[in-house]
Design a protein around this ligand. Structure first.
Ligand code: ATP
Ligand code: PAF
Ligand code: BAL
Length: 287
Protein backbone atom coordinates (compact mmCIF):
# COMPACT_ATOMS: atom_id res chain seq x y z
CA UNK A 1 0.00 0.00 0.00
CA UNK A 2 1.32 3.43 -0.93
CA UNK A 3 0.77 6.21 1.62
CA UNK A 4 0.68 9.59 -0.13
CA UNK A 5 0.39 13.11 1.24
CA UNK A 6 0.72 15.33 -1.86
CA UNK A 7 -1.37 15.64 -5.02
CA UNK A 8 1.15 14.97 -7.81
CA UNK A 9 2.32 11.62 -6.44
CA UNK A 10 -1.33 10.70 -5.81
CA UNK A 11 -2.30 11.42 -9.41
CA UNK A 12 0.66 9.43 -10.76
CA UNK A 13 -0.11 6.48 -8.51
CA UNK A 14 -3.83 6.45 -9.42
CA UNK A 15 -2.99 6.65 -13.13
CA UNK A 16 -0.84 3.56 -12.75
CA UNK A 17 -3.71 1.74 -11.01
CA UNK A 18 -6.15 2.78 -13.71
CA UNK A 19 -4.01 0.91 -16.25
CA UNK A 20 -5.01 -2.25 -14.38
CA UNK A 21 -8.77 -1.58 -14.27
CA UNK A 22 -11.40 0.32 -12.30
CA UNK A 23 -10.75 2.32 -9.13
CA UNK A 24 -12.98 2.68 -6.05
CA UNK A 25 -12.69 5.53 -3.54
CA UNK A 26 -13.65 5.36 0.16
CA UNK A 27 -13.46 8.84 1.74
CA UNK A 28 -13.01 8.91 5.53
CA UNK A 29 -11.78 11.07 8.38
CA UNK A 30 -9.82 8.15 9.90
CA UNK A 31 -10.03 6.64 13.41
CA UNK A 32 -11.19 3.60 11.51
CA UNK A 33 -13.69 1.09 12.86
CA UNK A 34 -15.57 -1.89 11.47
CA UNK A 35 -18.02 0.44 9.66
CA UNK A 36 -15.17 1.93 7.61
CA UNK A 37 -13.63 -1.50 7.00
CA UNK A 38 -16.98 -2.78 5.70
CA UNK A 39 -16.94 0.09 3.15
CA UNK A 40 -13.40 -0.94 2.15
CA UNK A 41 -14.38 -4.60 1.74
CA UNK A 42 -17.36 -3.63 -0.42
CA UNK A 43 -15.09 -1.33 -2.44
CA UNK A 44 -12.81 -4.27 -3.20
CA UNK A 45 -15.80 -6.11 -4.65
CA UNK A 46 -16.67 -3.13 -6.84
CA UNK A 47 -13.33 -2.36 -8.47
CA UNK A 48 -9.88 -3.77 -9.18
CA UNK A 49 -8.14 -1.13 -7.04
CA UNK A 50 -9.13 0.74 -3.88
CA UNK A 51 -8.07 4.20 -2.70
CA UNK A 52 -9.00 5.22 0.87
CA UNK A 53 -8.68 8.86 1.87
CA UNK A 54 -8.12 9.99 5.44
CA UNK A 55 -8.54 13.71 5.93
CA UNK A 56 -9.99 15.51 8.95
CA UNK A 57 -11.55 18.28 6.91
CA UNK A 58 -11.42 21.64 8.75
CA UNK A 59 -14.06 23.13 6.41
CA UNK A 60 -16.82 20.89 7.76
CA UNK A 61 -16.27 21.69 11.46
CA UNK A 62 -17.94 24.70 13.13
CA UNK A 63 -15.96 27.06 15.37
CA UNK A 64 -17.16 25.33 18.56
CA UNK A 65 -16.91 21.77 17.27
CA UNK A 66 -14.35 19.02 17.84
CA UNK A 67 -11.81 19.65 15.03
CA UNK A 68 -8.86 19.66 17.44
CA UNK A 69 -10.13 16.78 19.56
CA UNK A 70 -11.08 14.58 16.57
CA UNK A 71 -9.04 11.34 16.88
CA UNK A 72 -6.03 11.13 14.54
CA UNK A 73 -4.49 7.64 14.37
CA UNK A 74 -2.69 7.40 11.04
CA UNK A 75 -0.24 4.63 12.01
CA UNK A 76 -3.01 2.39 13.37
CA UNK A 77 -5.33 3.21 10.46
CA UNK A 78 -2.70 2.49 7.82
CA UNK A 79 -1.97 -0.94 9.34
CA UNK A 80 -5.69 -1.77 9.21
CA UNK A 81 -5.96 -0.65 5.57
CA UNK A 82 -2.82 -2.52 4.55
CA UNK A 83 -4.34 -5.70 6.01
CA UNK A 84 -7.49 -5.10 3.91
CA UNK A 85 -5.43 -4.98 0.70
CA UNK A 86 -5.98 -1.28 0.01
CA UNK A 87 -3.78 0.03 -2.82
CA UNK A 88 -3.40 3.71 -1.91
CA UNK A 89 -3.92 5.60 1.35
CA UNK A 90 -4.46 9.25 0.36
CA UNK A 91 -3.73 11.32 3.48
CA UNK A 92 -3.30 14.89 2.27
CA UNK A 93 -2.01 17.61 4.54
CA UNK A 94 -4.35 20.56 5.09
CA UNK A 95 -2.02 22.66 2.88
CA UNK A 96 -2.16 20.09 0.07
CA UNK A 97 -5.97 20.14 0.17
CA UNK A 98 -6.39 23.89 0.71
CA UNK A 99 -3.31 25.73 -0.61
CA UNK A 100 -2.91 29.41 0.26
CA UNK A 101 -5.54 31.46 -1.57
CA UNK A 102 -8.12 28.65 -1.70
CA UNK A 103 -11.45 30.46 -2.20
CA UNK A 104 -14.04 28.07 -3.67
CA UNK A 105 -17.02 26.47 -1.95
CA UNK A 106 -19.54 23.91 -3.19
CA UNK A 107 -22.98 24.49 -1.70
CA UNK A 108 -25.91 22.14 -2.31
CA UNK A 109 -29.30 23.76 -1.64
CA UNK A 110 -32.36 21.79 -0.50
CA UNK A 111 -31.07 18.51 0.89
CA UNK A 112 -28.32 20.32 2.85
CA UNK A 113 -30.88 22.43 4.70
CA UNK A 114 -32.49 21.31 7.96
CA UNK A 115 -31.45 18.31 10.09
CA UNK A 116 -27.63 18.36 10.48
CA UNK A 117 -27.47 21.34 8.12
CA UNK A 118 -29.46 23.40 10.63
CA UNK A 119 -27.61 22.09 13.69
CA UNK A 120 -24.18 22.50 12.03
CA UNK A 121 -24.27 25.63 9.82
CA UNK A 122 -21.79 25.38 6.92
CA UNK A 123 -21.11 21.69 7.60
CA UNK A 124 -22.44 20.37 4.28
CA UNK A 125 -20.70 23.10 2.27
CA UNK A 126 -17.49 21.78 3.80
CA UNK A 127 -18.43 18.17 3.04
CA UNK A 128 -19.52 18.92 -0.56
CA UNK A 129 -16.38 20.99 -1.22
CA UNK A 130 -13.96 18.34 0.02
CA UNK A 131 -15.80 15.43 -1.60
CA UNK A 132 -15.91 17.31 -4.94
CA UNK A 133 -12.15 17.81 -4.62
CA UNK A 134 -11.55 14.17 -3.67
CA UNK A 135 -13.55 13.03 -6.72
CA UNK A 136 -11.50 15.33 -8.97
CA UNK A 137 -8.23 14.23 -7.37
CA UNK A 138 -8.83 10.48 -7.64
CA UNK A 139 -11.38 10.32 -10.53
CA UNK A 140 -12.79 7.07 -9.14
CA UNK A 141 -15.18 4.85 -11.09
CA UNK A 142 -17.18 4.26 -7.92
CA UNK A 143 -17.25 5.87 -4.47
CA UNK A 144 -18.67 4.35 -1.28
CA UNK A 145 -20.28 6.14 1.66
CA UNK A 146 -22.06 4.93 4.79
CA UNK A 147 -25.82 5.16 5.21
CA UNK A 148 -25.14 6.18 8.82
CA UNK A 149 -24.61 9.69 7.45
CA UNK A 150 -27.86 9.60 5.44
CA UNK A 151 -28.15 13.33 4.77
CA UNK A 152 -24.49 13.46 3.71
CA UNK A 153 -25.17 10.70 1.17
CA UNK A 154 -28.14 12.65 -0.23
CA UNK A 155 -26.01 15.81 -0.48
CA UNK A 156 -23.20 14.00 -2.31
CA UNK A 157 -25.59 12.31 -4.74
CA UNK A 158 -27.24 15.65 -5.52
CA UNK A 159 -23.87 17.34 -6.03
CA UNK A 160 -22.58 14.61 -8.37
CA UNK A 161 -25.74 14.89 -10.50
CA UNK A 162 -25.83 18.67 -10.52
CA UNK A 163 -22.16 19.18 -11.37
CA UNK A 164 -22.10 16.44 -14.04
CA UNK A 165 -19.26 14.76 -12.21
CA UNK A 166 -18.50 12.14 -14.82
CA UNK A 167 -16.58 9.85 -12.53
CA UNK A 168 -18.20 8.66 -10.40
CA UNK A 169 -21.60 9.38 -11.93
CA UNK A 170 -24.45 9.68 -9.40
CA UNK A 171 -25.42 6.04 -9.89
CA UNK A 172 -21.87 4.97 -8.99
CA UNK A 173 -22.12 6.49 -5.53
CA UNK A 174 -22.90 3.50 -3.36
CA UNK A 175 -24.49 3.70 0.09
CA UNK A 176 -23.48 0.96 2.53
CA UNK A 177 -25.92 -0.02 5.33
CA UNK A 178 -24.99 1.11 8.85
CA UNK A 179 -22.73 -1.27 10.75
CA UNK A 180 -23.78 -1.57 14.41
CA UNK A 181 -22.25 -2.71 17.68
CA UNK A 182 -23.76 -5.94 19.08
CA UNK A 183 -26.21 -3.90 21.22
CA UNK A 184 -27.42 -1.91 18.19
CA UNK A 185 -25.50 1.37 18.59
CA UNK A 186 -24.31 2.63 15.18
CA UNK A 187 -20.52 2.49 14.97
CA UNK A 188 -18.96 5.96 14.87
CA UNK A 189 -15.52 7.38 15.54
CA UNK A 190 -17.20 9.74 18.00
CA UNK A 191 -18.41 6.83 20.17
CA UNK A 192 -14.87 6.93 21.59
CA UNK A 193 -15.80 10.19 23.34
CA UNK A 194 -18.46 8.43 25.47
CA UNK A 195 -17.83 7.62 29.14
CA UNK A 196 -18.53 4.00 30.09
CA UNK A 197 -21.87 5.06 31.63
CA UNK A 198 -22.92 7.06 28.57
CA UNK A 199 -21.80 4.26 26.23
CA UNK A 200 -24.12 1.88 28.12
CA UNK A 201 -26.98 4.41 27.99
CA UNK A 202 -26.47 5.23 24.29
CA UNK A 203 -28.21 2.01 23.27
CA UNK A 204 -31.46 3.82 24.18
CA UNK A 205 -31.21 5.66 20.85
CA UNK A 206 -31.41 2.72 18.41
CA UNK A 207 -33.84 0.92 20.74
CA UNK A 208 -36.26 3.86 20.82
CA UNK A 209 -35.89 4.28 17.05
CA UNK A 210 -36.69 0.62 16.36
CA UNK A 211 -39.84 0.95 18.47
CA UNK A 212 -40.83 4.10 16.55
CA UNK A 213 -40.22 2.45 13.17
CA UNK A 214 -42.43 -0.50 14.15
CA UNK A 215 -45.19 1.86 15.36
CA UNK A 216 -45.23 3.85 12.09
CA UNK A 217 -45.21 0.65 10.06
CA UNK A 218 -48.24 -0.52 12.08
CA UNK A 219 -50.12 2.66 11.20
CA UNK A 220 -49.69 4.79 14.35
CA UNK A 221 -50.01 8.59 14.03
CA UNK A 222 -46.56 9.92 13.06
CA UNK A 223 -46.66 13.03 15.32
CA UNK A 224 -47.52 10.85 18.33
CA UNK A 225 -44.79 8.36 17.50
CA UNK A 226 -42.18 11.12 17.18
CA UNK A 227 -43.26 12.67 20.51
CA UNK A 228 -42.92 9.28 22.22
CA UNK A 229 -39.55 8.75 20.50
CA UNK A 230 -38.25 12.03 21.93
CA UNK A 231 -39.49 11.06 25.41
CA UNK A 232 -37.86 7.64 25.20
CA UNK A 233 -34.51 9.07 24.05
CA UNK A 234 -34.43 11.59 26.90
CA UNK A 235 -35.61 8.98 29.43
CA UNK A 236 -32.72 6.81 28.21
CA UNK A 237 -30.18 9.41 29.38
CA UNK A 238 -29.73 11.75 26.39
CA UNK A 239 -29.50 15.43 27.37
CA UNK A 240 -31.10 16.94 24.27
CA UNK A 241 -32.39 16.14 20.80
CA UNK A 242 -31.33 18.17 17.74
CA UNK A 243 -34.01 16.51 15.61
CA UNK A 244 -36.12 13.36 15.40
CA UNK A 245 -38.05 13.26 12.13
CA UNK A 246 -39.65 11.12 9.46
CA UNK A 247 -38.33 12.13 6.04
CA UNK A 248 -38.62 11.06 2.42
CA UNK A 249 -35.55 8.84 1.97
CA UNK A 250 -34.38 10.49 -1.27
CA UNK A 251 -35.18 14.21 -1.24
CA UNK A 252 -35.49 14.42 2.58
CA UNK A 253 -38.79 16.32 2.58
CA UNK A 254 -40.45 16.20 6.01
CA UNK A 255 -43.38 13.76 6.28
CA UNK A 256 -46.26 14.07 8.71
CA UNK A 257 -47.78 10.85 7.41
CA UNK A 258 -46.34 7.90 5.48
CA UNK A 259 -46.39 8.32 1.70
CA UNK A 260 -45.76 5.72 -0.98
CA UNK A 261 -42.01 6.42 -1.35
CA UNK A 262 -39.20 4.99 0.76
CA UNK A 263 -38.94 6.80 4.12
CA UNK A 264 -36.28 7.26 6.76
CA UNK A 265 -36.52 7.91 10.50
CA UNK A 266 -33.60 10.22 11.21
CA UNK A 267 -32.32 11.44 14.59
CA UNK A 268 -29.49 13.45 16.17
CA UNK A 269 -29.20 13.62 19.96
CA UNK A 270 -26.64 14.60 22.56
CA UNK A 271 -25.40 12.38 25.37
CA UNK A 272 -22.80 13.90 27.69
CA UNK A 273 -20.89 16.23 25.38
CA UNK A 274 -21.20 13.87 22.39
CA UNK A 275 -23.59 14.29 19.49
CA UNK A 276 -24.75 11.00 17.96
CA UNK A 277 -26.71 10.52 14.73
CA UNK A 278 -28.67 7.53 13.49
CA UNK A 279 -31.32 6.68 10.90
CA UNK A 280 -33.44 3.68 9.93
CA UNK A 281 -35.59 2.73 6.93
CA UNK A 282 -39.38 2.84 7.37
CA UNK A 283 -41.82 0.91 5.16
CA UNK A 284 -45.33 2.19 4.47
CA UNK A 285 -48.02 0.66 6.77
CA UNK A 286 -49.36 -2.58 5.28
CA UNK A 287 -53.11 -1.64 5.18
N1 ATP B 1 -21.34 2.53 11.37
C1 ATP B 1 -21.10 2.77 10.10
N2 ATP B 1 -21.59 1.97 9.13
C2 ATP B 1 -21.38 2.23 7.82
N3 ATP B 1 -20.66 3.27 7.37
C3 ATP B 1 -20.14 4.11 8.29
C4 ATP B 1 -20.33 3.91 9.69
N4 ATP B 1 -19.70 4.91 10.36
C5 ATP B 1 -19.16 5.71 9.42
N5 ATP B 1 -19.41 5.23 8.18
C6 ATP B 1 -19.04 5.85 6.93
O1 ATP B 1 -17.64 5.94 6.82
C7 ATP B 1 -17.33 7.10 6.05
C8 ATP B 1 -16.33 7.91 6.81
O2 ATP B 1 -16.97 8.40 7.99
P1 ATP B 1 -16.20 9.09 9.18
O3 ATP B 1 -14.74 8.93 8.98
O4 ATP B 1 -16.76 10.43 9.43
O5 ATP B 1 -16.56 8.13 10.38
P2 ATP B 1 -17.64 8.24 11.47
O6 ATP B 1 -17.50 7.07 12.33
O7 ATP B 1 -18.93 8.56 10.80
O8 ATP B 1 -17.13 9.46 12.28
P3 ATP B 1 -17.98 10.52 13.04
O9 ATP B 1 -17.90 10.08 14.44
O10 ATP B 1 -17.20 11.73 12.70
O11 ATP B 1 -19.37 10.57 12.53
C9 ATP B 1 -18.62 7.86 5.79
O12 ATP B 1 -19.11 7.52 4.49
C10 ATP B 1 -19.53 7.29 6.87
O13 ATP B 1 -20.89 7.34 6.53
C1 PAF C 1 -17.26 12.22 3.54
C2 PAF C 1 -16.21 12.80 4.48
C3 PAF C 1 -14.95 11.95 4.42
C4 PAF C 1 -15.84 14.20 3.98
O1 PAF C 1 -14.89 14.79 4.80
C5 PAF C 1 -16.73 12.91 5.92
O2 PAF C 1 -17.79 13.79 6.00
C6 PAF C 1 -17.04 11.58 6.53
O3 PAF C 1 -16.08 10.95 6.97
O4 PAF C 1 -18.21 11.16 6.57
N1 BAL D 1 -19.25 11.43 9.58
C1 BAL D 1 -19.61 12.77 9.19
C2 BAL D 1 -18.50 13.72 9.33
C3 BAL D 1 -18.68 14.74 10.41
O1 BAL D 1 -19.45 14.51 11.35
O2 BAL D 1 -18.07 15.79 10.33
Amino acid sequence: MQILHALDPLRNAVNALRGRGTVALVPTMGALHEGHLTLVRQARQQAESVVVSIFVNPLQFGANEDLDAYPRQLARDSALLEAEGVDILWAPTVDAMYPAGFATSVSVAGVSEGLCGAARPGHFDGVATVVCKLFNQVLPDVALFGEKDWQQLAVIRRMARDLDLSRPCASAILGVPTVRESDGLAMSSRNAYLSAEDRARAVALPRAMKTAVAAIEQGAVVAEVLAQLREDIVAGGFLSIDYAELRDADDLTALSAPGGNPMRLIVAARIGSTRLIDNMPVSPPAH
